[in-house]
Design a protein around this ligand. Structure first.
Ligand code: HEM
Length: 132
């Protein structure tokens, strides 16, 4: 996927980050249609995002043992905010940003999401999420 993205980015002069953002918005709709029972368990976007590591991606790994997933380490969680550290050798943090935005949209909500690169290459990024 990263190799396809890199070629598409060169051909279209659209940045890889912008391509990942658009693709993740489409991918969220695919997830909602393919795994409705997984998403229906959640009533709140913050709770859902805080459960990617402990529940959602755990289930994904059971279905697709070869899936290459990121880790999300929770630093702080309140009713209306969540701070998590994204880690992945693939540096697909814009894919995460798009999925997070769509998660809020799914619950008819919205949030301010700040990304702070902890490593220049984007393999570690802090997400500071505040519900509006
Ligand atoms: C029902 C919900 C979800 C399902 C079924 C799901 C499933 C998946 C799958 C199949 C992949 C690709 C793995 C591979 O190709 O090897 C993936 C990647 C990813 N997922 Fe999820 N996901 C879900 C929700 C989320 C949410 C809400 C986020 C929000 C941050 C997220 C963040 C990511 C990221 C950032 C990647 C890219 C891989 C990387 O960065 O290393 N996922 N997920």
């Amino acid at each position: 996927m990263l190799s396809l993205l890199s070629h598409l980015s060169k051909k279209t002069t659209i940045s890889i980050d912008d391509l990942l953002l658009v693709y993740s918005e489409h991918f969220f709709d695919v997830l909602v249609n393919s795994y409705p029972e997984l998403i229906k368990q959640y009533k709140d976007p913050i709770d859902m995002l805080a459960s990617i590591e402990s529940h959602i991606h755990v289930e994904v790994q059971k279905i697709y043992p070869d899936a290459e997933l990121p880790t999300f380490q929770i630093q702080n969680k309140t009713k209306n905010s969540l701070t998590m550290i994204y880690k992945s050798s693939r540096a697909m943090y814009y894919f995460g940003l798009g999925l997070m935005n769509k998660t809020f949209e799914h619950f008819n909500s919205s949030a301010e999401i700040i990304m702070e690169k902890l490593k220049e290459d984007g393999t570690e990024v802090k997400f500071i999420i505040t519900k509006n």
